[in-house]
Design a protein around this ligand. Sequence first.
Ligand code: CA
Length: 226
Amino acid sequence: MRVLIVEDELRMASLIRRGLVEEGLAVDVARTGEDALWMAPASEYDAIVLDVMLPGISGFETCRRLRTKGIWAPVLMLTARDSVEDRVTGLDMGADDYVVKPFAFAELLARLRALVRRGDPERPSVLEVDDLKLDPATRRVWRGSSEIKLSNKEFAVLETFMRRPDEVLTRLHLLEHAWDFAYDNKSNIVDVYIRHLRRKIDQPFGRASIETVRGAGYRLRTDSGA
Ligand code: CA
């Protein structure tokens, strides 16, 4: 297993590096996002540990550009603040998980292993609910014949709904299925994503397919008023 660490602070970088090497992993270190952008395509990394605070382009921007280049190695972001906005930004930019500084090395290692273990999923079939269509393999979504651009996490939330049409899904269910790690159940991150999704898959089409079920959660209706 080969890991790329992107971190400009030498002490932090060498701390993580030493810990991962002790675990038997091969490790390279990039000091800037710009360096990461040429290093990542040059080796087959199993995971990338990416600090948000970097000189030059930020960790968020680095992640976005890595994905644009077709680098799909799991990305674990290191953030300095535990804020919902930071998490949403990181996940929207294509990161898979994050750890808040200061962190216990054991936590970083556990998150990293979980990301790598996921591996490549088999090609799943296209999901259809009403005139919504979602292709998990190509990560494309359509309402009727209109393609809709979704961020990675918006996509994950919609996919969770489309696998259980007409069922009331709790916030916890959505958290567990669209994220691979435990968020505080009181987090409003699910509601943030529901708002984003409604703006993209419903409002432009005059629909109301994602229904709020008071006190219970949300439901994707199979009859959204087409
Ligand atoms: Ca840094």
